[in-house]
Design a protein around this ligand. Sequence first.
Ligand SMILES: NC(=O)c1ccc[n+]([C@@H]2O[C@H](COP(=O)([O-])OP(=O)(O)OC[C@H]3O[C@@H](n4cnc5c(N)ncnc54)[C@H](O)[C@@H]3O)[C@@H](O)[C@H]2O)c1
Length: 413
Amino acid sequence: MNYPTTKAAPAVTRGKDEADLTIVGGAGHVGIPLVLAFAEAGLTVNVNDLNETALATLKSGKLPFIEYGAAPLLTKALAENRLIFTSSSDAIARSGPVIVTIGTPVDEFLNPVQKAMQACIDSLLPHISDGQLLVLRSTVYPGTTAWLDDYLKRRGRKLKIAFCPERVVQGYGVKELREMPQIVSGTSPEAEEEAAALFQKIAPELVVVRPLEAEFAKLFANAYRYIEFAATNQFYMIAKSAGADYRSIMQAMKHNYPRAKNFPGPGFAAGPCLFKDTMQLAAYARNQFGIGHAAMQVNEGLALQVVEDIRRGFDLADMTVGLLGMAFKAEIDDARASLSYKMKNALAVCAREVLTTDPFVTSDPALLPLDEVVDRSDILVLCTPHSTYKDMEFHKKPVVDVWGFLKNANVIY
Ligand SMILES: NC(=O)c1ccc[n+]([C@@H]2O[C@H](COP(=O)([O-])OP(=O)(O)OC[C@H]3O[C@@H](n4cnc5c(N)ncnc54)[C@H](O)[C@@H]3O)[C@@H](O)[C@H]2O)c1
């Protein structure tokens, strides 16, 4: 994949204390669009990230992953010398806001890894001054902002603490940051006011609430989306087991019927956020989040159901299965928490061979060119509906298309 490239950074290197603000995790998926939005607004940004490779990529004028609309902003920010690249916590500026955008995973038992945030904060503390604004931007377990406020007070620190969740959809952050309202919250009127003044520079509109409300607003939105996908996926499986065509059912449901207008189609609901955030909420609710757990079972189960259907219909021991698309969603290169890999693992134990391809993903050395996968496979599965596949015929080989996406292929179900 050739990412859009820009000119290299100017030779003049600016010091961290010249930055108007610092973004910790600034070379990540949330960090980069945010860095570029503030730079576009005329601020000088300290892009602080442990990932030195990603920093070097940015510094050389390239993007480490697909972020639509980011390339021209990166070119401009570098040309205007608005970006300072730093890779350790002692390079945080001692004045100006600090925004934290690091990952907030759940562990193998689906509990939030709260220590990740604490470790990051602990590493920052010796290098930031009392009175500075510290903004949590990562999606956090409910109560994290109040916990942080208390944690710092008990250490005699007087920072202003805010929580302003990121809500952009991956790959389209540049566009959405310009268009979407920004949720702002703070643990004191001063923190709230300063955070509002900061995000006012890049957002068209602010919604100010209390920190716990902001934390729930972010998690409820993601869990709701995950539940919506589960509803359609469950209906798909019911319709399929009855021998009915789900595409026709959806068309009947939605045609000129406003209440079903936004009902999503079936597909593999995956990625680093929806599952994880639904499980954070479940952990908060002492695992009494039945609808969230059910959504997880349905969405994860759909991938295994597809494997089971293929296994029952074909003698897979003598067949090669080709998986089309390994990114977790269409038109991006991010394979984190992609259900394509769940399918690959499940098929690996019953098929003669499993081949994989993706036009965007560059992180997986096992990926093969599309033509080779199509030529060598006996059956294909559309895992990710990248637009490049839409009109393809795949030599009329049998294709499984849960999404109802392909136009000209020999779709068997
Ligand atoms: N990916 C999205 O589209 C999206 C959208 C909304 C919210 N979120 C949330 O935002 C958070 C970040 O997600 P992401 O997808 O950007 O993750 P990411 O892994 O792409 O980015 C996190 C970055 O933080 C860096 N990092 C980690 N610890 C650090 C430290 N101590 N100091 C400096 N840098 C550090 C990593 O090197 C990485 O570059 C998560 O809480 C996620 O749920 C993500």
